[in-house]
Design a protein around this ligand. Structure first.
Ligand code: KIV
Ligand code: NA
Length: 277
């Protein structure tokens, strides 16, 4: 099977073949995502919330991203793996951003990086692109700015705010971004941006008309508790399945139902006799 490249994604947009992206943070989940035929795996900094137990993505470090990106890329052959640049890095000097992104590619094995933000990061998007680092943009609800936004709320709801997002999307494309994540924006805005760009848009809570969709692994599989944002569709209740599996194991140990004879190995009768003297 052919590797997914930036060119492949643009071709998919042109031919109206939807792009399927999902997050993954470790070896087994990345293996499954590739087996399932995902085009792109995002090692999202959402790992801070769903894997590391933080209450936002802000505490996630470059070292965290590198650690998990390595695990993911050990599992993949054809899937494009994109790693998030963690909090504030996109705003550092050109040299520092290039260094961080290069690390995720050289040491982490990522194909490219994703950066949150618009006008304020264009200089760095240009610098990375010029250095041969593929950049995926991310507009709309940008979780790294949650403290400044004042919560996880839908973006682009007024005509002015929507117009500004269209402008920023175009500027990101001009600056060299190869794809753009749109998070939590009205469907009409997702559609408008998708039609105005020649690079693919990948939506999360951005309606039906983006060129692709992305969801968080733990949401798709209901692994992080009962609450989900309304844009999430749960495909399997694996959290419940896992709880049942672990509970059954604990119960069987406690009641001496596990292990059974078939799980044991034996000394021969003679040796066993000698063992007891
Ligand atoms: O970190 C993440 O999982 C993301 C996606 C939700 C787009 O940025
Ligand atoms: Na992210």
């Amino acid at each position: 099977p052919k590797k997914v490249t930036t060119r492949a994604l643009v071709k998919m947009k042109r031919e109206k073949e939807p792009i399927a992206m999902i997050t993954a943070y470790d070896y087994p989940s990345a293996k499954l995502a590739e087996q399932a035929g995902a085009d792109v795996i995002l090692v999202g900094d959402s790992l801070g919330m769903v894997v590391l137990g933080y209450d936002s993505t802000i505490p996630v470090t470059l070292a965290d991203m590198l650690h998990h990106t390595k695990a993911v890329t050990r599992a993949t052959k054809r899937t494009m793996v994109i790693a998030d640049l963690p909090f504030a890095l996109a705003h550092l000097s050109k040299d520092e951003v290039i260094k961080a992104a290069a690390k995720l590619m050289q040491e982490g094995g990522a194909y490219g990086v994703k950066m949150e933000g618009g006008s304020e990061i264009l200089v760095n998007v240009r610098a990375l692109t010029a250095a041969g680092i593929p950049v995926m943009g991310h507009l709309g609800l940008t979780p790294q700015t949650v403290n400044q936004l004042g919560g996880y709320v839908i973006q682009g709801k007024t005509l002015q705010a929507a117009g500004q997002l269209v402008e920023e999307a175009k500027r990101l494309e001009e600056a060299g971004a190869f794809a753009l994540v749109l998070e939590c924006v009205p469907e009409e805005l997702g559609q408008c941006i998708t039609e105005q760009l020649s690079i693919p848009t990948i939506g999360i809570g951005a309606g039906r008309y983006c060129d692709g969709q992305v969801l968080v692994w733990h949401d798709v599989l209901a692994m992080s508790g009962d609450w989900h944002p309304s844009f999430v569709k749960v495909y399997q209740q694996t959290g419940q399945l896992m709880l049942k599996g672990v509970s059954d194991y604990v119960h069987e140990v406690k009641t001496r139902r596990f292990p059974e004879e078939k799980h044991a190995t034996h000394l021969g009768a003679e040796l066993a006799g000698q063992l007891y003297g």
